[in-house]
Design a protein around this ligand. Sequence first.
Ligand code: NAP
Ligand code: 8YV
Length: 310
Amino acid sequence: MTIEILQTGKLLASCEAALAQRYTVHKLHEQADPKAWLAENGARIRAHAGSGVQADLMDALPNLEIIASFGVGYDNIDTKAAKARNIRVTNTPDVLNDAVAELTIGLMIALARRIPQADQYVRQGKWQPGASMPLFSELTGKTLGILGLGRIGKEIASRAQAMKMRVVYHGRHRQLSEPHIYYDNLVDMARDSDWLVIIAPGGKGTERIVSREVLTALGPKGMLVNVARGTLVDEPAMLELLQNGGLGGAALDVFENEPSVPQAFFALDNVVLSPHQGSATVQTRDAMGAMLVANLDAHFAGEPLLSQVV
Ligand code: NAP
Ligand code: 8YV
């Protein structure tokens, strides 16, 4: 008898194929009446593959043993509820560090040099004899404050150093093995930085920690990059400061209510927008899918999990 598992959303094709080879996969998002399907079949489900699992779904799956999440961030899983029900939770750390760090540096250069705007300038025929775009800034010699010097933050730091930037960081703890200057206060770090990159986890503990005060401290020449979660930033305050010159610019891969992005951002020249693409390369997404599957396989073989968060 094969093990029955549940998806509640579409997954990467290579990941879905690997799951289908090993397990009987049910797709809740393809059911005409998901609630009725759960009532009838929920008790047979032993694993969830994907992301975004809340307590009500756990209750509808009384024999759920494991939630194998696609992604390193697990702010969209109720880990407290999982723990209380003895459900294990896994994620996909490390395999995406390089891809996210690459995109971060890419967004920084794109914003500093207005690469998307320059592309539009040429395409729209504005590059005429005698015409030129304004001069912009560069990364060289600037100070980068990293909020969250974790697995991905460290990869961003080493790439930023290759861009001849000075790196400082803020987190809840000083990391003695790191050579960069530590700030225990985020406002102070923002005040001393030219760039602020956000790469700490989402969830209740970090909600809007990049407050109006932090953004104001970063200031009119300051550049913000968010590749973590939209929830870490006071988005209305950020928008207002970008509009009135209180903040120099922003490169945003994540948003508070994504994929819905406030239209007001579209009118701003000091902004670069990206649709949550941090890990979005074939090689990284394949590796994330393989890790999700490997966690399920380990669980059902009674072996140690690769990456357990609960
Ligand atoms: P990680 O290794 O756990 O690092 C997280 C860092 O954040 C740690 O250095 C931690 O330091 C700091 N931190 C945690 N809570 C904090 C708080 N309340 N205040 C200040 N700092 C805090 O995580 P990671 O693997 O680098 O991933 C980071 C996040 O990136 C993920 O959770 C995910 O949301 C996001 N992400 C986004 C994309 C994308 O596509 N845009 C892709 C992958 C990941 P302390 O413990 O010292 O506080
Ligand atoms: C997404 C991410 O998970 O890993 C994370 O935390 O934010 C991304 O890698 C990925 O876009 C899948 O939805």
